[in-house]
Every structure is written in C-alpha cells, then in structure tokens.
Design a protein around this ligand. Sequence first.
Ligand SMILES: CC(C)[C@H](C(=O)O)[C@@H](O)C(=O)O
Ligand code: SF4
Length: 465
Amino acid sequence: MANTLFDKIWDAHVVQKVEDGPTQLYIDRLYCHEVTSPQAFAGMRARGLKCFRPERIYCMPDHNTPTHDQDKPIEDPVSKAQVDALAKNAADFGLTHFGMMDKRNGIIHVVGPERGLTLPGMTIVCGDSHTSTHGAMGAVAFGIGTSEVEMVMASQCILQARPKTMRITIDGKLGKGVTAKDVALYMMSKMTTSGATGYFVEYAGEAIRSLTMEGRLTLCNLSIEMGARGGMIAPDEVTFEYIKGREYAPKGADWDKAVAYWKTLKSDEDAVFDKEVRYDAADIQPMITYGTNPGMGMAITAHIPVTEGMSDVEKASFEKSLHYMGFQPGEPLLGKKVDYVFLGACTNGRIEDFRAFASIVKGRKKAENITAWLVPGSWMVDAQIREEGLDKVLEEAGFAIRQPGCSACLAMNDDKIPAGKYAVSTSNRNFEGRQGPGSRTLLASPLTAAAAAVTGVITDPRTLM
Ligand SMILES: CC(C)[C@H](C(=O)O)[C@@H](O)C(=O)O
Ligand code: SF4
C-alpha cells in the first residue's frame, strides 16, 4: 500500500493500538523547558517514578531567561525559580540539561536541530506548541500537555489519536524578498488559523524544496498557527547536508546507514492524503499582519480588508481586533510609524535570519524612533553571527545583539513591548498582549523587520534590496 511520509514514521513507532481508541506511540525524543515541565516532574516524584529512558530526554530553559547578564543571577524571582527548578529536576532525574550560559543553550526548537538531536524519522514531543518546528527535518513532531510530558517521562510512550493527513503543495519559485515566513503568513491568510485543524501537514512542491533548512524550520514552526497538529517536510540533500557533522548526528558507518534509511522517508507517488491544498509561489508577496491572530495578514503593499460582506459575528471580531491595533479597515500599512523591532524567536532566530536582517541594514543606520531587540535563538547562532562578522555590520548600523532566549516573543522575561507601541516582530503570535500588556504586534519576515528598523516605518523590503 502506498504510504505518506507521516504514515511511514507513525507506523514505525506504534507500540500498540487500542481498538477504537488512541495509539500507544513510542517517542524518540522528549524536550523539556522550564514552563511546562515542573508539574510533570512533581507528578513523577509523587508516584516515586524514574524516567524510563533518561538518555532520550533533553532539558533547557529558554522562556524565562533574560537576554542580558545571563552570567549573573536572574533578578526576577519567578523566572529564577522556574529556571533553577529545571536544573534541579534534570539533575535529580539524571537528564541532560543545557543550562543558562552553557554554549549549547538556546530556544529548544532552535537547539534541537542545530545540535543534531532532531533527526529524520524520529517522533519528537515537547510541552510546547511550536514543537512542530522539528518536522522540517522529516520527523513527526508535535506539542503535548504537561500530563502527557509526565507520561513520556515515565514510559517513553504517549497515547495519541492518529491525525488526518494534509499535503500543501507550493508550485513554482518564490520571488525576490519572499521568505519562508511570508509563505506561512500567506497560507494562513488564505486558510485562517483553523484551516489545518485536525491534520498533520506535509509541505511539498518546488518552492518548498528550494528552501534552506532554516527556512523549512520557520515554515514548520508556523504549522501550529494554522491549527495543524504538526508540519513536516521530506528529508533530502539539504537536510542531510545540514545534519552532517553536528554534535549528536550519527557518525561513520552509522551515518551511511542513517542516510540510507532517511532516503526512504518520502510520501509514495500514489499516496493518498485526506486533504490536498495547492498554492502558486508567484502569488506570494512579502507579508505583514494587521490584526490580532496570525491569519490576519496581507501583502505588505495591500490595504487592510474592509468589512463589507462579513457576517455580524465576523465584523465584530474584526473590528475589535483593528481597534486594539489602532488601524482602520481599508487603510494601507506602508509608511506607518513603528516603535519596536524584534528579530528572534524559534520562528526567525536562526543564522539565516540574522544574515537576512544584516543584508538590509548593511551600510544604513537604525532609525531614531526604533528600539530594536536582536535576539539569537541560541549561543550557537550567536557564535555564527560573530564568526561571519555580522555583529560588526549590525553594530555599525546601530544595533546591539542580546543573549539567547524566547525574549519578546511572549515577554515572559523583561523584554516587553510597552502598551500601545507597535512592534514589527519576526515571532509567530500577534495575540492581544502577547509581547507585553497592550503591545501591538505586526508579524513579518526578518527582511521586513530590518526594513522597518532602518526606515522607522513599515516598508516593503524589496525597495531596499
Ligand atoms: C509556554 C509554552 C507552553 C507556549 C507554547 O506552547 O507554545 C509558548 O512557547 C508560546 O509560544 O506560547
Ligand atoms: S520563541 Fe516564542 S514561540 Fe518559540 S518557544 Fe519561545 S515563546 Fe514559544
């Protein structure tokens, strides 16, 4: 029988099936961060359990870590308690822990792939919705709840209902200034934030194949914002090239064996998906969001939609959203003044994102009215930035690089956008208050963020390329 990529990986991990019930699925990797693991560890303690496969569990703090002075004790008592608890829990349960200031620390969804911990064919879970990111390497990766984290700690298995499969094919070539982030924002603007609910998505087509590994990670990261259980891309030479030589990647004969297996990880020609969606790359422009969910996006040169034709319910929520943002239906965003720019998050905190940002700001200066937070996704990204001399380019243009972590993506640390201020942000969520109480978020690519950072207003990055 012809199988999809998802079927192949899922079926290889089934321990047992419950008749008319969920599947018991073996999990290759469990990632833990400080926010969603404390209750799971407490549950394990209360039941007197040890982790079943401690060597398959990797822990690191990322949400509560400050992005400055990480060598000093964390000032905020809540954040300090969370971060300290993870270190203690990892030590007590014999788990690998990349603590703050460890050169392997960073946002879990940036670190997994870059250390070679995330590999094709794996099942990967974490108590975090953006675990979908790892699917870019050809893995079945999805976010789980805290009680499920405990289940995996105890048994290295999880009970899961099998999701339906969807394939999204993007034909053709992406235009100038159009990045993986724009592809994701475009799809969401078409499908809405619930367009893929109940499905596990495989991305395919020429435009997807041509993405770098970083771009693929960005795209799969945003799968969850379309409601998908996860997103994935069949591994290919781009994937193998990215993984080769990384710290935890297979080496020598194990590498050859692994690649031979990974090459089988693709949907069969005649595999049938529960749903198929197609888009044309030529229709995708640099995108920006104007509302308070990631599906409220448009081409940067477009005008905010008008309410004609909307139902009363749609109109009410649309108007509430625009009121929060301080925008009017039908108006353009180009030229609007911005206060903050955030480059980072598990969406766009990788080396390629810093390269893209630097390519625009090179030889220009940060606009006076802009406060810019540039936050590498990990210490490895930080090291690459310096190795490539991008730090010099950024500094000459008036930007400073902060220390790794989730930062202003959800503002669990001090990096909060003040109420009423506008931030062009490379993160993945623009909900009310997401980047701080009253903050107004406009999601966009690193190129668009850079264009706003040097002009002080919303600017089409193509005009600066
Ligand atoms: C804190 C965590 C549970 C949350 C998530 O699951 O995604 C966070 O990472 C986010 O991006 O909102
Ligand atoms: S960077 Fe943002 S989206 Fe990613 S894990 Fe951290 S808080 Fe969640």
